[in-house]
Design a protein around this ligand. Sequence first.
Ligand code: SF4
Length: 418
Amino acid sequence: MKAVVFTLGCKVNDVESGSLIAGLEAMGYEVSRELGPADIVVVNTCAVTAEAERKSRQLVGRAAKLAKGGKVIVCGCASQKCADAFFEKADNVYLVTGAQQKGEILEAVKGGLTEKKIAIKEAQKGVYEDMPLPKCLKTRNFVKIQDGCNRFCSYCIIPYLRGRSRSRDLDDIVKEVERSTAQETVLTGIDVSAYRDEKGRDFCDLLRALGSIDARIRIGSMEVSLITDEFLAAAKGMKNFAPHFHLSLQSGSDKVLKTMNRHYTRAEYLSACQKIYATFPNASITTDIIVGFPTEDEADFEDSVRMVEEAGFAQIHAFPYSPREGTNAYKKYKELPSALKKARVEKILAVGKAQKEKYLKALLDKTLEMIPERFDGTYTDGYSDNYVRLYLPKSVGKEPLTVRAVALFEDGLLVERI
Ligand code: SF4
């Protein structure tokens, strides 16, 4: 029996697809992540932007054709948002579920998928849905620790699709990290900063519980509210914490942050950055920035541009504001012209590129810990603990090693072994 599990969107979607694959393999299916002919085809969709939702619809149509008669199951945030649109996409769409209770897809497959139906569920308040453990990836393994979000940033549709924040049991997370054979584990979720399990254990408790793990521990995306003295002390106390902080900014303007319903000021964000650099001098801070938010005027935009240098970002990701029906911003504000948004994205990315170069130059001649990933015949690439891509001009196997940065190279640094 053949199955396909195709994934769009974020790392959390990817981990959930990994669980579906593990569940289908346990049922005897041979599972691929690429579209093609199969008995069962699962498409795990995304709706973070209008473009992602459009792509999800397109993908389901293509998957249904390529399945050659196989039964198609659609799940994820886009189908949570508009199930009917996916149900009507093709005759062989048999089941449309949403972003919740994805584990029930395995029950439906076991039941033979005899009838066509839509089964959209709402998350049970505070109840984290356990799924089969995904297969462990070789170098970098993503472990889901939390789902949902309570923040309701005014531009974001996710809380309406993934429900309220709920956290996985701390002991289950530790067990999964301990059994992992990967050199690095990334703790991921929709809002990991809100982590608190049913026994009241929070993110600092989790870091302390992972403190003696040999593998490198990295945190996915985080919010400013997480950057407390207790958190930094817990991270500093770990055996192998990766000092890379993907600290979501979204805007450098206090006025825009307020209208985004994001609860910090640019001064508080910068102070969090200073605390991080004081605790981890080699740390990298990367971020996401939305430009062209409806309330953003030229001065606000310049506030975001200046923040790129002031925060010393190692990398920025900048996106034009994408209006999402159902969000407060969509109801309240008129969109800015696309050409203006596009120009602002280009400008801030150029500033981000120059800032990244400055960050990399400061690492020259420094010693870094590298986890090798691939050898392409000339170079072995891999990442440093502060999430810089490194290139070593020889084949060195998979064991972590210590290197010195000798030059800027490609999107990272050329290194030599020491
Ligand atoms: S923190 Fe804000 S941007 Fe992130 S998922 Fe929650 S509402 Fe969306």
